[in-house]
Design a protein around this ligand. Structure first.
Ligand code: FMN
Length: 458
């Protein structure tokens, strides 16, 4: 299953869902409560290596179906961009370099129904409590669209929103992205920040929102580049903002400059429940939606979807920058086992000391990283056992590793101290003058063995 979807199928979330092959989507018709069960489903499937899109067609207490796990699979993400999985990082630079600006249209399905003021009641949404410790019900797949208050350039980013009242949420802007900077600037002028929360947009929109780009870049242009056509936008009803015409639901409102409210704890990508929050209050002015909208959710914590979306933009940028400096870079893997903290990369070494240089570059590029392992080009970095084989056989701890103490890091690392962590670089490339040869099996013998054991479940 490597074929990519057509432009028409990628133009809306529902078109995309309809185009999925039966083995790519799990439709559940039994009644499902939004307390913990969607997360349990995702995590149970992941134990057996499966990550289908899940459509909960009968959610307790709501008439809306709920979709989770849309972007939980690296292959599916690459295919949305029209790529093979292995080409995703190498091709990302080209996607960013070929922006396709959006097109403003008069009307769109997302405004089939408009609820203003008191009618915009968010209690009607099927919000999940994702993990047992969570301190409330959350929108976790809402992409916040805001504008740079000085330039008007639009920004897309993911922020969780905890329901606090029918028209009130509290959010954490702790990753200090562009929206944090925009809010700080309007706060200094005594103003609120207009924000639209988009739920259930065309799949490319989610990759654009995950991109790590300069503040001057309109992330709708990246969505267009990924789709190979402009994304259609409509003007919001109550704020000066544009949102995807094909979205399922949009919540229009403002982030307040002068009010804060507790939210959390909530499951973070580290696998721990965290109270860390900037406690920013969002108030709702309107809800616009399709007649029968699909609600979208992303399971937080260590789900593949959360880890992939939280990492993919930064990782694609890490690859591009490292490749610029180390042309022999072959592949890089940020293994799921290391959450966002570990990286393995392979490269063709042309000089002694190059592995250390590459390791230091990578630590400089990505503050999340705490462990990076450099291996030779014959090692498949996507095969963790092979990487560990290189460490076992080509690495000596007294000469081939270094530690950089007290470096700026991601504050959610529970073992970090004062926002700093140590970086461990491991050079598992073969030492100078290496004469060892890998023991190999003749291809004909391997083929014969496969034929002999066929049907034995091996
Ligand atoms: C599903 C999901 C939920 C996220 N929730 C939050 C959040 O609640 N608060 C936060 O600060 N960052 C959160 N992040 C990370 C930010 O969205 C991310 O850093 C974003 O790229 C910032 O973009 P910007 O620099 O363009 O503003 C989340 C990421 C994902 C994938």
């Amino acid at each position: 299953m490597t074929s990519n979807w057509s432009r028409a199928e990628l133009a809306s979330l529902r078109g995309f869902i309809e185009a999925l092959e039966p083995d790519e989507i799990l439709r559940i018709k039994d009644p499902v409560p939004m307390d913990d069960v969607p997360s349990a489903l995702v995590m149970e499937l992941e134990k057996s290596g499966k990550s289908p899109v899940i459509m909960l067609e009968n959610v307790t207490g709501s008439t809306m179906p709920v979709m989770v796990n849309l972007l939980a699979d690296r292959k599916r993400i690459a295919r949305i961009a029209g790529l093979e999985e292995k080409d995703f990082y190498p091709a990302w630079g080209g996607i960013l370099a070929n922006p396709i600006p959006p097109r403003l249209v008069e009307s769109g399905p997302v405004q089939e129904q408009v609820f203003l003021g008191d009618e915009a009641d968010c209690n009607s949404l099927p919000l999940a409590r994702h993990f047992a410790e969570d301190g409330g019900r959350y929108i976790n797949a809402g992409v916040l669209v805001c504008k740079d208050p000085d330039t008007g350039v639009r920004n897309l980013s993911y922020q969780r929103l905890c329901l606090k009242g029918p028209r009130r949420f509290s959010s954490n802007l702790g990753s200090r992205g562009d929206i944090w900077e925009h809010l700080n600037r309007v706060t200094a002028r005594g103003k609120n920040l207009e924000v639209a929360i988009v739920i259930g947009a065309p799949p490319a929109f989610y990759l654009a929102a995950a991109a790590k780009v300069a503040m001057e870049v309109d992330e709708y242009d990246i969505a267009g580049s990924l789709m190979g056509q402009p994304m259609d936008l409509v003007k919001c009803k109550t704020i000066d903002m544009e949102v995807p015409a094909e979205a399922e639901i949009v919540i229009e409102g403002e982030l307040l400059h002068d009010e804060h409210e507790d939210e959390g704890p909530v499951a973070e990508y580290t696998g721990y429940s965290s109270y860390k929050s900037t406690r920013n209050v969002f108030v709702v002015k309107a809800i616009t939606r399709r007649h029968k909208p699909i609600f979208m959710d992303i399971v937080p914590g260590t789900s593949s979807e959360h880890l992939l979306l939280a990492g993919i933009g930064r990782h694609a940028r890490d690859y591009a920058r490292l490749k610029e400096m180390i042309p022999g870079l072959k592949a890089i893997n940020f293994p799921r086992s290391g959450l966002l903290y570990h990286a393995y990369f392979s490269f063709k070494r042309v000089a002694e000391g190059e592995a250390r240089r590459a390791l230091m570059l990578l630590f400089g590029l990505d503050p999340y990283l705490k462990l990076a392992i450099a291996v030779d080009e014959d090692i498949d970095v996507f095969n963790e056992a092979e990487v560990m084989w290189a460490v076992a056989t080509r690495f000596q701890a007294d000469t081939d590793m270094f530690v950089v103490p007290k470096v700026f890091c991601n504050q959610l690392d529970p073992s970090s101290v004062d926002g700093m962590s140590a970086k461990l670089g491991i050079d598992a490339t073969a030492p100078k003058g290496w004469k060892e040869h890998k023991a190999t099996i003749a291809p004909e013998a391997a083929e014969m063995a496969r034929a002999l054991i066929k049907g034995m479940g091996a």
